[in-house]
Design a protein around this ligand. Structure first.
Ligand SMILES: [Zn+2]
Length: 293
């Protein structure tokens, strides 16, 4: 059986893992920014005059020099070969890159997002897989009647969710670059657009760094929510197998008003227990535990 203290410690451990996942994902945005800066700054300085880059330069047809830059950007990434889900995207980016200088610069930034998304997916998927194993082991260590691997809910594949987030980022940053490229007055201003971080609530336009961090925040939220859903399903499986009839909603540290109110309605018959996250919210780390008198 599970004591309140055991559950509390487990929740705290999961929250610590959530933070570690976020840190790993955010680090990948830094790598993407380094790639973007190293490939786009030469472009900028190549074309910029004292007034920055003009609209007609942004719209200009690509030159032989531009194509060499694109090739160098591609070569840096393709060492490991493209995954099937990357192949079509790289082809599409290559076509866009041939349209104009502005589109080529956008396509190079998009390549960085492609690589970042690939790395994000590795981190997210490894985390969700290990959470599933850990919860399975924990339930079987705590309860007499063991659940089997065959009974587990299907493993979660985050590929589609993560790539959807990546595709949205690619659309956003491409649009922002083409729109804003002719508006910078110096290389420093362009560099600032790439790497500065805008504090939340600031009215400043979002930087490239902000847009990349918004992708990793979304992926961290998906991981946390899917991990909580998986935990809930494995818990309920173990409780039912061990004839638990009544359950409580054990709230996470710093619980929100919604979950606090829901928890106060307990204990619940197991079949009427709140469903996490459907009855709570995304990012919820509250959990269902067996009820004791
Ligand atoms: Zn909650």
């Amino acid at each position: 059986m599970i004591t309140d203290q055991q559950e509390q410690q487990w929740i705290e451990q999961l929250i610590a893992s959530d933070k570690a996942t976020s840190t790993k994902l955010d680090k990948q945005t830094k790598e993407a920014l380094i790639y973007i800066s190293s490939h786009l700054l030469p472009f900028y300085t190549h074309y910029a005059t004292d007034e920055g880059i003009s609209v007609s330069q942004v719209m200009q047809k690509v030159s032989k020099w531009d194509i060499q830059q694109w090739q160098a950007a591609i070569d840096e990434l393709k060492e490991d070969g493209w995954l099937p889900e990357e192949d079509a995207r790289v082809t599409a980016m290559g076509k866009l890159a041939g349209v104009s200088v502005g589109m080529m610069m956008s396509a190079i930034a998009s390549l960085a997002v492609l690589k970042m998304t690939r790395e994000n997916l590795k981190v997210a998927q490894a985390r969700i897989n290990s959470d599933r194993d850990a919860e399975f082991d924990r339930m079987n260590a705590l309860f007499d009647k063991k659940i089997t691997r065959d009974e587990l809910p299907p493993a979660i594949n985050l590929m589609n969710d993560v790539w959807l987030t990546g595709d949205r980022t690619i659309m956003t940053i491409s649009g922002e670059l083409v729109k804003r490229l002719s508006g910078f007055n110096s290389t420093e201003e362009f560099q600032d657009f790439l790497s500065s971080q805008t504090s939340s609530g600031s009215s400043r336009k979002k930087s490239m760094s902000d847009l990349l961090l918004s992708q990793t925040a979304t992926i961290a939220m998906i991981v946390r929510t899917q991990s909580a859903k998986m935990k809930f399903e494995i818990n309920m499986l173990a409780y039912r197998k061990n004839d638990v009839e009544m359950v409580d909603l054990h709230t996470e540290p710093g619980v929100c008003a919604r979950c606090a109110a829901l928890s106060a309605q307990g204990p619940f018959m197991i079949d009427a227990a709140p469903n996490i996250p459907e009855d709570t919210h995304r990012n919820c780390r509250c959990s269902i535990v067996p009820h004791f008198e």
